[in-house]
Design a protein around this ligand. Sequence first.
Ligand code: NAD
Length: 434
Amino acid sequence: MSQSIAKPATGKLGVMVVGLGAVTTTFMTGVLMTRKGLAKPVGSMTQYDRIRVGEGEDKKYLKYNEIVPIADLNDIEFAAWDVYPANAYESALNAQVLKREDIEPVRDELIAIKPLPAAFDHNYAKRLDGNNLKQGTRWELVEQLREDIRRFKAEKNCDRIVVLWAASTEVYVPVDEKCHYTLEALEAAMKADDKEHIAPSMCYAYAALSEGAPFIMGAPNTTVDIPAMWELAEKTHMPIAGKDFKTGQTLVKSGFAPIIGTRCLGLSGWFSTNILGNRDGLVLDEPANFRTKEVSKLSTLESILVPEAQPDLYTNYYHKVRINYYPPRDDNKEGWDNIDIFGWMGYPMQIKINFLCRDSILAAPLCLDLVLLSDLAARAGRYGIQRFLSFFLKSPMHDYTKNEVPVNHLFQQYVMLKNAIREMGGYKADELID
Ligand SMILES: NC(=O)c1ccc[n+]([C@@H]2O[C@H](COP(=O)([O-])OP(=O)(O)OC[C@H]3O[C@@H](n4cnc5c(N)ncnc54)[C@H](O)[C@@H]3O)[C@@H](O)[C@H]2O)c1
């Protein structure tokens, strides 16, 4: 192994997850089952992928943990916050993602994960009515969350903590220059209990970063996508990543759009629709919550099929994304994509993609990878926006105040991921992003 620039992953890693619903319980159950040798962490890059390091005669294909010190699954301790009091075992059964036989072997470990009271505001997710809640102003919520993190870390004797948001999508909070552009303004708004501009998720992010924990936003919420949080991440030297797990339809889109772009075919329209029936679908049935998701999902194509770069091919294509709540399907989402393309001399053609996926089964490995790689990044001294994690995210964070264009192209994102692992492993980042 080359000399990694990351500190070793000594001791335990505390993984505190906001939301103990379908995604979180599938993630936790899978990690616990894998630890017992009863399941395989399929889909996880940190557990399976091999990347090239070195060139020519020195070329080797290594797994991530042969290049960089990644925390071992056996060293993970879990905690969660949720609006509902059900423990992880009850919640895993309620979610109906996994079969009972895949949950029972880790029943005791799951029962022990009891959700801490949530920092919640009904106005941010009207369809939820749980009563496992903290009380107080936004600033008081921050202080209570910080106390939760400190207590868990001490009780479980953790060396490090990572906080992951896998809770419901909040209503859309547009970036506000007055409240969200500087840390000072953000703190003032929290202290003034400004409920309009400070989403509960911002309290979690602020608490995590202040306690020296990386924060990952798995929903499309704008929480850490504001300059004030970038400032806090710089100040505390903590990594942040977001937003929105890239699981089903957007994964397909960011992998398929390059086929059209690479072959210089034209696009006149891309219509994406979904049906899903889990609690996530229920929350997204509320127009204000769907708006947050829509903004995130729509951003994918613009930077892959760029009208300014190819006016003949990509000017004025119609891009539409819909999500429909349909209870009979539970967590088994069905996505349809109708893609209207055109070829030689403008002749039209159609492509149809029908993805019968399982939402939480696709999201769980992303939770694991995002947590382990954020922890690694912190130990390697990387802080602020972690662009190399864009590979896992639908709407990658970028500095829009400087007109930075996010990278949505799946294979360009993969190059960024590989280069970051190489660099943290003490190798040269040797692939260009074309
Ligand atoms: N599964 C996927 O493919 C996928 C992809 C991208 C993003 N996501 C996002 O991941 C999130 C989780 O999805 P899910 O299917 O597990 O949803 P879920 O509804 O099963 O679970 C979310 C949980 O979060 C809790 N919650 C809501 N607000 C909270 C708060 N302020 N504090 C603490 N807990 C809170 C809810 O009570 C619920 O139990 C959603 O935002 C979803 O949009 C999922």
